[in-house]
Design a protein around this ligand. Structure first.
Ligand code: GUN
Ligand code: FE
Length: 406
């Protein structure tokens, strides 16, 4: 068993975290086996790391691997940004060498940021998605990955034939979904604007038959919402997804900003999960996430980088943006931490496996170096979020395997 003598911060609920000073955390076979106060007699064999704190590995609920090299492409409005920067950037992943290099660079940066679980879009090319899945498998990442599907209103160089997008996705699901306990496939119809009714319906039917995950974007930008309502002739954007059967407990929707109360009701009663992308919402001037209203509805919410509309893969940085993004709602450090860890695990339905430091859970850990004058006290969690640039991630562990060490 590997034993580390360190400090721990553990989420219990949106309002409560535990702070354990000078503890020993032990893991074996990928599973946490020991959490107790340091005992000089029994813990002589522990690795000394009192100058650090261990938190659960961070969760990024929505990010685009194939956009990794297109970060910081300035154009603060969703649709022009997609056409000017992102669609051409994703087209580059048609080249397998580019896709391979981008996948390697993305996971390296993801682990260096302390993220152990990520929900990932790739590009609308089957091979690029295979490369991302193979890279994740090889590196031991915990991921849901999908091939971005787009068969309508899209540039010629990206658009897929409906049947091909479906067949490719079904094949990827069948080959990869159960390949490793850490790897899953997620059906990824990009957003209603780039998908036909047929594509969305058939994706939803297959996913429900196979109890598979689905992800998409919802109500991110006002021009996008207006176009969706016009194309599909529905009263709301959410209604489009509901009518095609895309909503449910294994669906994760990014953004969800411009929503009526009726739409929030639909999301709540279908138990759809939400990925909140705070930096992205700043970058593209998309609007303010209705955090308070969605919390009132008890929706499951996790935070997300949304690279490349978000520029940072640091989830602690995203927590800071989430706090700043709310013009009046106060989000405590405890609550922000919840949405990065156990709350995000709940959004995935994985709260029994990951998301907190608990004996029997998988050893997905993020170790952060402390330096004077930061004390291990009640202010530490707040400092990790608001001063995250000053706290280097020193080690990232997934299922007991060290995937990053500084
Ligand atoms: N909506 C549809 N596609 C995208 C994307 O790639 N990024 C963001 N932020 N929104 C989208
Ligand atoms: Fe996105």
């Amino acid at each position: 068993m590997i034993k580390i003598r360190t400090n721990l911060i553990n989420p219990i609920s949106p309002d409560e975290v535990q702070l354990f000073k000078d503890y020993v955390l032990g893991y074996d076979d990928g599973i946490i086996k020991l959490i107790r106060p340091y005992d000089p007699e029994r813990d002589k064999d522990s690795e000394p790391a009192l100058d650090s704190v261990i938190i659960p590995g961070l969760v990024d609920l929505h990010t685009h691997l194939s956009q990794y090299r297109a970060r910081a492409s300035y154009q603060p409005s969703l649709l022009p940004w997609l056409y000017e920067h992102i669609f051409p950037a994703e087209a580059r992943s048609k080249d397998p060498d580019y896709a391979r290099a981008t996948s390697a660079a993305f996971f390296k940066a993801l682990f260096a940021a302390g993220t152990t679980t990520a929900v990932i879009y790739t590009a609308p090319f089957k091979q690029a998605c295979e490369i991302a899945l193979d890279t994740a498998l090889q590196l031991g990442a915990r991921v849901l990955i999908g091939m971005t599907m787009m068969d309508a209103n899209s540039p010629d160089y990206l658009i897929q034939k409906t049947a091909q997008a479906l067949d490719d996705s079904f094949d990827l699901f069948e080959r990869y979904n159960a390949k490793d306990s850490r790897i899953g496939y997620i059906f990824s119809p990009r957003f209603a604007l780039s998908c036909s009714a047929d594509l969305m319906k058939q994706t939803a039917d297959f996913a429900h038959r196979h109890d598979a995950y689905i992800q998409s974007h919802l109500s991110e930008n006002e021009d996008e919402v207006a176009q969706v309502k016009e194309i599909f002739g529905k009263p709301t954007y959410t209604q489009v997804y509901e009518d095609f059967g895309l909503l449910g407990p294994k669906t994760i929707l990014g953004h969800a900003i411009h929503l009526s109360e009726t739409e929030m009701d639909i999301l709540a009663h279908t138990n759809t999960a939400i990925a909140h992308c705070p930096e992205s919402n700043f970058f593209l001037k998309s609007g303010e996430f209705p955090f308070a209203a969605l919390l009132d509805m008890s929706l499951r919410i996790g935070l997300a980088s949304d690279v490349a509309a978000g520029n940072s893969l640091s989830m602690l940085q995203q927590a800071k943006f989430a706090s700043y993004r709310q013009s009046s709602l106060s989000l405590t450090p405890q609550r922000l931490f919840w949405h990065l860890t156990l709350g995000a695990a709940k959004a995935l339905g994985w709260q029994d496996r990951i998301g907190s430091l608990q004996i029997g859970k998988e050893a997905d850990l993020c170790q952060i170096k402390l330096k004077a004058p930061h004390e291990v006290n009640e202010q530490l969690l707040s400092a990790l979020i608001y001063l995250n640039e000053e706290f280097p991630i020193s080690r990232t562990i997934i299922h007991g395997n060290t995937v990053f060490q500084s």
